[in-house]
Write a protein that binds this ligand. Structure first.
Ligand code: HAH
Length: 328
């Protein structure tokens, strides 16, 4: 019997995993043993919940929520507004012209209130807006359908509609590359400006799609401290530690090298020590999966390239990284 991650960390923060309707079956034993928070990796995104205007398809999201609640796990809602995986109908009117912001906000309100009210009291927090900040350049916001039509206002409206739909749900802004200084300062500036306008942001989600070397521990520490200085809580929302650097497109391995496995173990050990140090502000640490048999990194940034980013291997056995992390 191996230690339960959820039990080891219960005084610090929740331990979560992203799931699909398939992995709640194929990875059920690991999930039930180790996590107390669940996120739908894809099935609560806009394109999955409202593929056509007015036609909501909740079956698979319901299945995931039912799995979580019947196993005494909470649910993180991911995600209400994002530039990816949003159906094109959202941005065009009946004549096929790009919508103005009034119609966009009307549709946004309909989506958010329908979805949040369905899961009121079941989904305890929402990634209301995902990845609105630009990676490069001087612009604060990334260029997207959302920002082209409505500038910053779509972000403000999304949080206001979400608060109106469920006053008890915690509302998060979620992003990646969140620990790199340039993007950290943009995320900080965005959330600070929202808070100054009394937009109800309760937390910042640090996706934490990290590699064996980047971001550095110091960069992660500085990001935690910077975001926490806004008085919001933090969730680690999509943790995985890629065996490959972002620009390393090698595709020759059928299993990780021993050096990779050992480096990953050391990396997870250091990262969880840091999370524990800040467990007063970090309230949830969610992996973007749970075992190496399934990860989105098998197709990103290199298509059809196997990766091994988690604490459990393809056979759901604990890796050296697990044994480093499971002692609190
Ligand atoms: O790490 C990145 C690099 C470039 C673009 C997006 C990301 C991360 N983007 C995440 C990854 C997978 C999706 O399932 C999540 O919904 C999304 O938030």
């Amino acid at each position: 019997m191996i230690p339960s991650l959820r039990e080891v960390y219960k005084e610090h923060f929740r331990i979560g995993a992203a799931v699909s309707p398939i992995t709640i079956k194929t990875q059920k034993d690991l999930l039930v043993s180790h996590v107390n928070s669940i996120t739908a990796e894809n099935h609560m995104k806009f394109e999955h919940l409202q593929p056509k205007e007015g036609e909501f398809t909740f079956e698979q999201a319901d299945e995931i929520v039912h799995f979580a609640l019947s196993n005494n796990m909470v649910v993180r809602g991911h995600t209400l507004v994002w530039h990816n995986q949003t159906p094109p109908w959202m941005f065009y009117d009946r004549e096929g012209k790009v919508v103005g912001k009034e119609l966009l906000f009307e549709r946004l309100k309909a989506h958010i209130s329908t979805v949040i009210q369905r899961y009121k009291g079941k989904v305890y927090c929402w990634d209301v807006v995902n990845e609105a900040v630009a990676d490069e350049g001087n612009d604060l916001l990334r260029i997207s359908r959302w920002s082209e039509i409505a500038g910053m206002e779509f972000i403000e409206k999304a949080f206001l509609y979400a608060r109106e739909a469920d006053p008890n749900a915690l509302l998060f802004y979620n992003d990646y590359n969140e620990s790199f200084p340039e993007k950290r300062e943009k995320i900080y500036k965005l959330v600070k400006s929202l808070l100054e306008k009394h937009i109800p942001v309760d937390g910042i989600g640090l996706q934490a799609h990290w590699s064996l070397t980047r971001p550095t521990l110091e960069e992660i520490r500085l990001a935690i401290e910077r975001y926490a200085s806004l008085g919001v809580q933090l969730h680690i929302t999509e943790l995985d530690i890629s065996m490959f650097e972002f620009d390393d497109h090698r595709n020759d391995l059928i299993k990780p090298t021993d050096q990779m496995v050992d480096k990953q173990a050391e990396r997870y050990d250091q990262i969880f020590s840091l999370f524990k140090e800040y467990s007063d502000v970090i309230r949830n640490v969610t992996f973007w999966g749970i075992a190496d048999d399934y990860t989105w990194l098998d197709n990103f940034p290199v298509k059809q390239r196997k990766n091994w980013p988690f604490l459990f291997d393809e056979n759901h056995q604990p890796k050296p990284a697990f044994w480093k992390v499971c002692t609190c």
